[in-house]
Design a protein around this ligand. Structure first.
Ligand SMILES: CC(C)(COP(=O)(O)OP(=O)(O)OC[C@H]1O[C@@H](n2cnc3c(N)ncnc32)[C@H](O)[C@@H]1OP(=O)(O)O)[C@@H](O)C(=O)NCCC(=O)NCCS
Length: 397
């Protein structure tokens, strides 16, 4: 639509953008007293608005780093706050926001973007693909018994909200990251602060102290309904050692007046069930898409990740970011543009699905997402992109 104006919002326009975004998700505006903390979660110059006579669409992003297979980090734009006014949907407003964001990301050297999608049909057309997966599970707290051979060292300490906000950023930064995880910039912690302070149930933070300081933490709430014991809902759980993993679960199983522990956002390949004498104490309730990832700079992204197989020639289609389109020769030593015949062809969304290791190229080929000219290349691509563990983001934004 030619009469739409898309631009970076001024600071004094952010509250209207926040209200618009929340309305698009059918939730009320933040209260006046909550706006101060909400506002601090906005990175300056990273919120876009689309206008006709008024603000009708918005999207924002925060700069962070994305851990890729092999252990390198690449510049990431964490995209959120996407919403279009209900009377202006399906006329290109989101498309305009996506174009403006990608142009900005490319100019600033962002290698990948990621978001959590409200619906699965929205973002594929813009080159995003399901790049990490997550699972939800529940543990029968009263019946579960920990195995006797688990480590027992370390101490648990409870922190109040102020202490948690003070100490968790440094603790998280010191933990090992899986592929798909991201750094947590200060703006992310500001955004969390509002949720912690506004929660109806008390939010509890427990940290695990190992020999070198905090090596794990869990943030949770207990929800109780009259006449029954409560449900302990884990909001955030990270650890860097087997001692912290076992110690945090030992603590959670000891919280009184709780029937069930629910983890809504865990890694697919995290062996929680193996902590218990009976692995059936843990029931997986859902495995679903976590972040949708967009490779803004395909060549830089491929260069940054480990490449233990090859050579492989792939052709990437990318109508939305044409600088990515073309053929790439990938080997353990190099990634370069090539004129050689492509063995595999795929869209940018499909490459993003393979990039962190969430989906094997053979699965993507079996479902028609990868077009195969050389059948022998599929196994090479599986070796190249296959990851040791299923990628997970672990940070909700
Ligand atoms: C999702 C949302 C941002 C889409 O905005 P929009 O301005 O309507 O999107 P566009 O008009 O640019 O749509 C581009 C294309 O995607 C399709 N599309 C967009 N959202 C869609 C949806 N929710 N379901 C199905 N198709 C959708 C459009 O039909 C259009 O297809 P076309 O190019 O074949 O015509 C908007 O509907 C919204 O605000 N929804 C509620 C809040 C929300 O879900 N936000 C996203 C949080 S991650």
């Amino acid at each position: 639509m030619s009469d739409l104006v898309t631009r970076v919002l001024r600071d004094d326009e952010l509250r209207a953008a926040n209200t618009l975004f929340r309305a698009s998700l059918h939730v009320p505006p933040v209260k006046d007293e909550e706006w101060v903390t909400t506002h601090r979660g906005y990175q300056p110059e990273r919120t876009l608005g689309v206008f006709d006579e008024a603000l009708i669409g918005t999207a924002k992003s925060t700069d962070a780093l994305l851990r890729v297979p092999g252990g390198a980090d690449v510049p990431l734009a964490a995209v959120t706050g996407v919403g279009v006014r209900a009377d202006r949907t399906r006329r290109g407003v989101l498309t305009s926001l996506m174009r403006a964001q990608f142009a900005d990301f490319a100019e600033r050297g962002i290698v990948a973007a990621a978001l959590h999608a409200s619906e699965g049909v929205i973002y594929g057309r813009f080159g995003y693909g399901v790049g990490t997966l997550m699972r939800s599970y529940k543990v029968r707290r009263l019946a579960a018994r920990l195995r006797s051979d688990l480590p027992t060292s370390g101490e648990i300490e409870l922190l109040d909200i102020d202490a948690a906000l003070n100490r968790l950023p440094g603790s998280y930064a010191g933990l090992p990251l899986r592929p798909g995880m991201m750094s947590r910039p200060q703006h992310w912690w500001y955004a969390v602060e509002r949720g912690l302070r506004a929660s109806e149930e008390p939010v509890v933070t427990a940290v695990h102290h190992g020999p070198d300081g905090i090596d794990g933490f869990v943030v949770y709430r207990v929800v109780r309904t009259p006449g029954s014991d409560g449900t302990l809902k884990v909001d955030d759980l990270h650890y860097g050692t087997p001692e912290a993993f076992a110690g945090l679960w030992r603590f959670l199983l000891g919280v009184d007046l709780v029937d069930e522990i629910q983890v809504g956002y865990g890694p697919v390949t995290e062996p929680v069930e193996l902590l218990f004498t009976d692995p059936r104490m843990c029931t997986v309730t859902e495995v679903e898409d976590d972040t949708w990832v967009r490779l803004v700079d395909v060549e830089a992204a491929l260069l940054a990740r480990e490449r233990a197989a090859g050579p492989l020639v792939i052709e990437v289609d990318d109508p939305f970011l044409p600088h990515n389109a073309g053929r790439y020769l990938i080997t353990p030593d190099e990634v370069s543009r090539t004129e050689r015949d492509a063995q595999l062809r795929m869209g940018a969304d499909t490459l993003a699905m393979a990039y962190l290791g969430a989906w094997l190229p053979s699965s993507l080929a079996a479902t028609g997402r990868i077009r195969v000219s050389d059948p022998g290349a599929v196994a090479v691509a599986d070796d190249l992109f296959g990851a040791r563990s299923t990628p997970w983001c672990g940070t909700f934004f």
